[in-house]
Ligand binder design. Structure first.
Ligand SMILES: [Zn+2]
Length: 387
């Protein structure tokens, strides 16, 4: 390394030039160090296992020939293996031996040093690019990693790793017995349907702090693309005590206690009032009144009473669809207050839905499996792997 630095002339001397030079040449310098280290260790083991060089004395090695199972060997040079890693593309030696019985050649230490045939890319390099792919499109993540490390992994390899990681997350036995979860869904541009596919997300959340600021502690329970029945089945399997949802799907019976999101209720009311033919300006007083009922300082009894009166008023005004909408939510109105839920709305999950949309809406049409696996890995790493 020091001899290389001789090339830096006095004229160029500037720490920026110097560090840039070292960075550019790190692969050349470090590859020599790593090569020698890997080689000398294997030579040491070989000396111990099959005996010293240039002697006729034969040891019984602690490993045996993969073909004839005998344990007597002679040295047979080395193979070079390409290994992509954070330093760059390295060519590393793997020592070979020849079986004295059947003359078969093999590398006895390749698995032990992590250079078996399948291991061509270091897990740390792959992991760096994978975490970036969770945030950015595949090609952008590759470009970033290449700019910083002068090496990158092909997007195809990253995708395979994502599929593998997604499968292992699916295989985990995640339950939230006796806990309270938020469930929500969003459309993503995937599959053959023009409207795209629906991603369903279930998250456990409780209020907490990050540093001195209030922040929810969240945990991914499931993320899936599927029809309503599949989502209900998965929700039942979580064995929840309670859940909060926005009313897009019927979750009755999926948990002991089911609560409608109190934030969505008045906002959805606007749409139903429009369906009932109420002009834009006239909708606002209705919505405001409902917000007053849901978030005012009423006890649950008063709240239910005023909600029922409000429905009657809507009925009298001929807003039957709006009235029906509120009627459907009536049973799930005060559950969270009566049972001390942490949240009465789906607020903690809305932030996560935004993350999902941010990653999925990038102007491409995904495959259903591809988007599901990527988002599952992203959300698992984001919520469950936080320090
Ligand atoms: Zn053999």
């Amino acid at each position: 390394m020091l001899s290389m630095l001789d090339n830096v002339t006095e004229k160029d001397f500037h720490v920026n030039t110097l560090t840039g030079f070292v960075h550019e040449n790190r692969q050349v310098v470090l590859s020599v160090i790593v090569y020698d280290f890997v080689l000398s260790h294997q030579e040491e083991w070989l000396e111990r296992d099959i005996g010293p060089r240039y002697t006729r004395r034969r040891h019984q090695a602690p490993f045996c020939c993969p073909k004839c199972r005998r344990c007597c060997f002679t040295r047979k040079g080395s193979r070079k293996r390409v290994y992509k890693n954070l330093i760059g593309k390295l060519l590393l030696p793997v020592l070979q031996v020849r079986c004295s019985g059947c003359s078969c050649r093999f590398c006895p230490y390749k698995d032990r040093i992590g250079l078996s045939f399948t291991e061509r890319i270091s897990s740390s390099l792959l992991d760096k690019q994978l975490s970036l792919t969770c945030e950015l499109p595949y090609w952008k993540a590759r470009r970033f990693v290449e700019n910083f490390l002068s090496i990158a992994v092909s997007p195809g390899t990253v995708r395979k790793q994502i599929d593998k990681e997604s499968e292992s997350i699916e295989a985990l036995d995640i339950t939230a017995r006796n806990q309270i979860a938020c469930i929500d869904s969003t459309k993503v541009p995937a599959g053959s349907k023009q409207k795209g596919e629906t991603i369903h997300l279930a998250v456990f959340a409780r209020p907490g702090k990050r540093g001195r600021r209030p922040a929810s502690h969240k945990r991914l329970l499931f993320l899936t693309v599927g029809d309503a029945e599949e989502v209900r089945k998965r929700t039942r399997a979580l064995k929840l005590r309670g859940l909060v949802h926005d009313g897009d799907m019927d979750f009755s019976g999926c948990a002991t206690l089911v609560q409608r999101c109190l934030w969505h209720l008045p906002h959805q009311l606007k749409y139903f009032l429009w369906q009932d033919g109420v002009p834009h300006k006239a909708r606002l007083p209705w919505v405001k009144e409902l917000i007053g009922i849901l978030f005012g300082s009423l006890n649950t009894q008063e709240m239910r009473q005023r909600y029922a009166n409000f429905m009657d008023q809507l009925g009298e005004a001929g807003c039957f669809q709006a009235c029906e909408h509120l009627k459907n939510a009536e049973k799930e109105l005060t559950v969270s207050r009566e049972n001390n839920f942490f949240y009465h709305t789906t607020a903690p999950i809305e932030r996560e839905m935004r993350e999902i949309n941010r990653r999925a809406e990038i102007g491409v049409r995904w495959s259903t499996k591809g988007v599901q696996n990527l988002l599952r890995v992203k959300m698992y790493r984001r919520l469950n792997k936080q320090p």
